[in-house]
Ligand binder design. Sequence first.
Ligand code: IPD
Ligand code: CA
Length: 262
Amino acid sequence: MDTASLADLAVDIAREAGDLARRRREEGVAIAATKSAIADIVTEADREVELLIRARLDAARPGDGFLGEESGAERSGAEITWVVDPIDGTVNYAYGSPHYAVSIAAVTGEPDARTWTALVGVVHQPVTGETFHAVRGEGAWLGDRRLHVGEVGEAGGLVATGFGYDPATHAGDLARVAAVMPLARDLRRAGAASLDLAYVAAGRLDGYFERGLHPWDHAAGGLLVEEAGGVVTGAPDGRPGREMTVAAGAVLHARIVEALGL
Ligand code: IPD
Ligand code: CA
């Protein structure tokens, strides 16, 4: 498997997709629909950017599977499946905040985080122009700089989290924040899971945890953290996923897992 060429392809497509997202943002953004909850929105740009990514992948690798946030799954049973969030941080995007990203991962087999092995992960932030990429067994990179997770000092870790769109989940999410806060020097909630994970990989955050993630939220970012020397686990089955995702360097990771009672 030539994973380096998969990574080159994903980087090229993520940058082209990011240029489109940024252009559409400059032209003005309209909310196209709400999804799981009234706060869970999709813009025309999310859909258009996903179509572009899907078309580029289809042209370059017609036999591969695909799972995208906006258009669902295609070609199950393929050896490689692309797991794509065209715009992660859609609410930031709709509000004109620069903190959003294109996230593209290639995984083996079905796009199920309980069983897949991520081969390649790319998280591209169009507004800063930063492209984070990881290749299994080869490391994680920001441009040509190799990434390493941070080490936590006595002041505690700089920890990020996120909250689900469904108000019914907020009390539980806040209780988990309260449980983790004693380990933290401070808390961030920036609004794009893929960037939270990329920032853990880059040492810009020490740790991250969130309940309720979808496969496209963490497929690329999770590999970035692992390849930067960190640990990514969660639930169900000890794997990052719907019930919980925890990502950090080994020491802080173990402390967060304990604080959350996982
Ligand atoms: C969301 C963002 C957010 C996280 C949510 C995700 P979207 O993705 O990553 O930070 O808290 O769980 O759903 O909707 O912007 O693609
Ligand atoms: Ca999205």
